[in-house]
Design a protein around this ligand. Structure first.
Ligand code: PLP
Length: 388
């Protein structure tokens, strides 16, 4: 590997490759063994110890993309979050967590942390003052999500990281929506960056995985908990993820481009009441997003005008799939109130601004005009049906 600083496409393609010394193949071999020689070897390899050849190599790619010293991969994004939280929080500790975030994370915090005697506070908003107000003497971790799922709110990463540092608190971020191509939070002082690798890192809607990147000492702390919790990723999926990540930057750049154009198109349409996309000048944190993101991402959400039923609209789409999850090469839409945030009470959804009309749009790599035409035809049909 050359010594100079590598470009992002080169990192995606080559960093963390395993050289096939035996047959000189062009791609990384896959090592599925769960049993390795224990005598006369420095490293006692075992998949649950996050140290098989494929695991050890893939994390180099993730760490390089996140400007981190080290990383670990897990069996899911939730495994990454739970290992991170349980590594830095113990009985009597307190977590400060952003109120607008992925519903599964909120559910994990509310259902599981009390069992461990860990306290938590959801912030009132996503301004740094909201985080400051929630800190207690026993706060050990501050966790943010920006852009957030599904409202695309933007939190000031540097301000929160500085606040945490000034109080000796560890900070972490869910960087899933941005991907490392659009945002590198470690450059702004955040300690730990996690991903649902099921999303952009995998990118083809066929992998369930998670990742955390950070300093060697922070990652070691998670490793110590991880070998007990046992949430490592199977080597077959590790290999799939390495292959998928070769095209991460290419995919994400195309998704950014499509999302930017589609957000503008939707914002101009009189059947759309509201569009949430940090790349739009109308987004309340557009300036901040510009400062801390390389580009604005492939995720957006929008609300139809009140007299159009959101589900009826989704049912009219021919190309864009109504399906769960996000960040695949194919465009998808869903209703967060029925899916990612279904576990929240209606009051909780209302408090964070997730209405029953809100549609989350994960923009894929298809041609912009085909996506625009699909939305156009669905809007036309749904109007006829609603008002007929
Ligand atoms: N974080 C965000 C922002 C997500 O959207 C999701 C899943 O949708 C997760 C974490 C959890 O990831 P996983 O489903 O891979 O466990």
């Amino acid at each position: 590997m050359p010594k100079q600083k590598l470009g992002v496409n080169t990192i995606c393609t080559h960093v963390g490759e395993i050289k096939d010394e035996q047959f000189k193949g062009a791609i990384s071999p896959i090592y599925l063994s769960t049993s390795y020689e224990f005598d006369n070897v420095d490293v006692k390899r075992y998949p649950r110890y996050f140290n098989t050849p494929n695991q050890e190599h893939l994390v180099k790619k993730i760490a390089a993309l996140e400007h981190a010293e080290d990383a670990l991969v897990f069996g899911s994004g939730m495994a990454a979050i739970s290992h991170l939280f349980l590594a830095f929080l113990q009985k009597g500790d307190h977590l400060v967590v952003q109120n607008t975030l992925y519903g599964g994370t909120r559910n994990f915090i509310k259902s599981e942390l009390p069992k461990y005697g860990i306290e938590f506070t959801f912030t009132n908003g996503y301004q740094v003052s909201d985080f400051e107000a929630a800190i207690q003497p026993n706060t050990k971790l501050i966790h943010i999500e920006t852009p957030s799922n599904p409202l695309l709110t933007i939190t000031d990463i540097r301000a929160v990281a500085d606040l945490a540092k000034s109080k000796g608190i560890v900070s972490s971020i869910d960087n899933t929506f941005a991907s490392p191509i659009n945002q590198n939070p470690i450059d702004f002082g955040i300690d730990l960056v996690m991903h649902s690798a099921t999303k952009y890192l995998g990118g083809h809607s066929d992998i369930l995985a998670g990742a955390v990147a950070g300093s060697k000492s922070h990652i070691e702390r998670i490793w110590n908990v991880g070998i007990n919790l046992g949430g490592s990723l199977s080597d077959f999926t590790v290999w799939m993820l390495e292959r998928s990540m070769k095209t991460l930057a290419l995919r994400v750049k195309e998704q950014n481009k499509n999302a930017r154009k589609l957000a503008k198109f939707l914002a101009k349409n009189d059947k759309i009441a509201k569009v949430n996309y940090p790349g739009l000048k109308s987004h309340p944190q557009h300036k901040l997003a510009k400062q801390q993101m390389h580009d604005f991402g492939g995720m957006l959400s929008f609300e139809l005008v009140k007299d159009i039923d959101a589900m009826a609209f989704l049912n009219q789409l021919q190309l864009i799939k109504s399906s769960m999850s996000l960040a695949g090469v194919e465009s998808t839409m869903l209703l967060p109130s029925k899916t990612s945030h279904a576990l929240l009470t209606p009051q909780e959804r209302e408090a964070v601004g997730i209405s029953n009309h809100l549609i989350r749009f994960s923009v894929g790599i298809e041609d912009f005009k085909d996506l625009r035409n699909d939305i156009k035809q669905a809007l036309t049909k749904v109007k006829t049906e609603t008002f007929a």
